[in-house]
Design a protein around this ligand. Structure first.
Ligand SMILES: NC(=O)C1=CN([C@@H]2O[C@H](COP(=O)(O)OP(=O)(O)OC[C@H]3O[C@@H](n4cnc5c(N)ncnc54)[C@H](OP(=O)(O)O)[C@@H]3O)[C@@H](O)[C@H]2O)C=CC1
Ligand SMILES: O=C1OC[C@@H](O)[C@H](O)[C@H]1O
Length: 351
């Protein structure tokens, strides 16, 4: 059992672009230490290790998972690999934080969660937006009932991804907008409705002519008592990226860019709007630089997961596994409407 006095020892599985940013965020977490990293090539792992002062570098993911000095593994590989790499780490008795989307579909998510529970290990999908102070403040305001009953939530995300962004455009890599970016507005809607199961999910959208991955969609979720969530995403155009929560007493906005929010705006009927600011912290000194905007905010997720594991919790109450499962179910349903099918959706023998 881990003690609260010791630092949590992180291992990084996959030394790609997001792993770089996550490690830089983790450097701001006092109770965390990155002790090892692994790549498919030793040279790549060593280059990553040098860049981030990581003492042990492995040329295989399995070797990292066998390291007795590692407590928790961050899975930062491609969508299609989250399932096998999470199972690999759990089977070696490591706690796991796995990048979003947790899996390609609900069936994979169920298996991952079942194994984590069987092994009594921590598991969380890296929905890092949930841990930003601005977003925590939104939850607190909603809990306090500032808006009264919520009628509707609207959220969007869109990027004009370049033609060479293979993991977005290639179906074999789990491409398409829903799993990569649509999941963020979906998680905001689910946050506001506190993980409630929608009664209906309606999806319209478009797919790419060559690979058949989803390029654009609007998904409307109908909740009990005629409450609605609507998300819109695009891989073809830059969207504003705002979350608008409409209640009986007014509107609460997570201002753009919502997935790395530093500002929210409360507009109550008959009152002047009130802006609340949550500036991002300064990054720790590093030889590297961030690949994605707002990535210093990984420190919030890193801190939350580190504390959960040091407190011997097996999931995080701010982003429970039941919610990941719900999102995977909604995304399966949306993909079915769009006609997007992955290899992982085919019947297969278990890994
Ligand atoms: N939270 C956020 O803001 C963001 C999250 N992400 C998520 O992070 C994950 C990774 O995205 P990103 O870092 O941009 O991806 P990269 O293209 O940088 O790839 C990630 C890593 O996957 C590993 N990998 C393992 N097997 C293969 C394979 N067969 N082909 C290619 N790569 C392989 C590689 O690690 P190695 O070579 O070291 O073995 C690679 O560096 C995705 O799930 C994405 O959704 C991405 C961007 C932002
Ligand atoms: O999680 C993400 O957020 C930023 C996007 O650019 C990236 O594609 C996605 O994976």
């Amino acid at each position: 059992m881990l003690s609260k006095q010791q630092k949590l020892r992180w291992g990084i599985l996959g030394c790609g672009r997001i792993a770089n940013d996550f490690v830089m965020g983790l450097h701001l977490v006092a109770a965390a230490r990155v002790v090892a990293c692994a790549s498919r090539s030793l040279e790549a792992a060593q280059a990553f290790g040098r860049m981030h002062d990581i003492p042990t570098c492995y040329e295989s993911y399995e070797a990292l998972c066998c390291d007795p000095n590692v407590d928790v593994i961050y899975v930062g590989t491609l969508h299609t690999l989250h399932y096998p790499h999470t199972l690999l780490a759990l089977r070696h008795n490591k706690h796991v934080l796995v990048e979003k989307p947790m899996s390609m579909n609900q069936r994979e998510a169920e298996e991952m969660i079942a194994l984590a529970r069987e092994k009594n290990l921590f598991l969380m999908e890296a929905m890092w937006t949930r841990f930003f102070p601005a977003v925590r403040q939104v939850r607190a305001l909603l809990r306090d009932g500032v808006l009264g009953a919520v009628h509707a939530v609207k959220a969007d995300m869109g990027f004009a991804f370049p033609a060479n962004a293979d993991r977005i455009w290639k179906r074999s890599l789990g491409g398409g907008g829903l799993l990569d970016i649509g999941i963020y507005p979906l998680a905001f809607v689910s946050m506001v409705f506190e993980g409630e199961e929608p009664e209906n999910v309606h999806t319209v959208g478009a797919t790419s002519a060559d690979e058949g991955v989803d390029t654009y969609a609007v998904v409307t979720l109908q909740y009990s008592k005629n409450r609605f969530g609507t998300i819109q995403y695009s891989c073809l155009a830059d969207f504003v990226e705002e979350v608008v929560i409409v209640g009986e007493k007014g509107t609460l906005r997570i201002n753009a860019p919502a997935h790395v929010a530093d500002r929210i705006t409360l507009s109550l009927h008959g009152q002047p709007s009130q802006e609340m600011h949550f500036p991002h912290p300064a990054p720790a000194p590093s030889k590297s630089s961030f690949n994605f905007g707002g990535s210093v905010g990984f420190m919030y997720e890193g801190e939350a997961v580190t504390q959960c594991i040091l407190n011997n919790e097996r999931e995080c109450s701010e982003y429970a596994l039941s919610e990941s499962l719900l999102l995977s179910r909604v995304m399966d349903s949306a993909r079915k409407s769009l006609g997007v099918v992955y290899e992982a959706d085919q019947p297969r023998s278990s890994l």
